[in-house]
Design a protein around this ligand. Structure first.
Ligand SMILES: *[C@@H]1O[C@H](CO)[C@@H](O)[C@H](O)[C@H]1NC(C)=O
Length: 157
């Protein structure tokens, strides 16, 4: 009788260990974190995509979105005036993870915000310029834009 009881206890313990391992494998205990490129894209989206951005809103948008370089003002920040999907499509089928610049096939309207004079957060004053027909260069990571590299004037138009 006693041996039976000990056996039962051992069995229960074993079951718990097995269940714990299964849960861990299924990611129930440690929720899977977002892939790194999704987090980087999220940051890119906030900093660089706004379909309705206008050139007079640099100061307020940059402040609202908390775009700084540590405690200093960022010297330049560009907003692409397009919907998310058109911007994402720059990286479609792009396998060069982060290593080289990818140029957009599509041309975009952009607002370039240039810092007027060096200053500290949050007293950043920008001059905004709207440009059209720009090819933009980004870095892609697993099919998502994660870094803005600049814009290129397209002369063939
Ligand atoms: C885009 O910029 C405008 C100002 O030009 C602002 O009112 C709007 O909230 C911004 N949209 C997003 C999605 O950040």
């Amino acid at each position: 009788m006693r041996i039976l009881f000990i056996c039962l206890l051992a069995c229960l313990l074993l079951l718990q260990v097995v269940a714990f391992k299964a849960e861990k494998k299924a990611g129930i205990l440690t929720p899977r974190e977002k892939p790194v490129e999704e987090e980087r894209y999220e940051k890119f989206r906030i900093q660089h995509i706004n379909e309705t951005m206008d050139e007079n809103s640099c100061d307020s948008e940059i402040r609202r979105k908390n775009i700084y370089e540590k405690n200093r003002c960022k010297t330049i920040n560009t907003f692409i005036l397009a919907d998310e999907n058109s911007v994402k499509s720059i990286c479609q089928g792009e396998k060069n993870n982060n290593k080289k610049k990818t140029r957009s096939k599509q041309k975009f309207r952009i607002v370039v915000c240039k810092l007027k004079k060096p200053a500290r957060k949050p007293k950043c004053q920008y001059e905004g310029i709207k440009l059209t027909n720009r090819i933009v260069a980004v870095r892609c990571q697993n099919g998502l834009p994660v870094h803005f590299d600049g814009d290129i004037l397209n002369f063939e138009n």
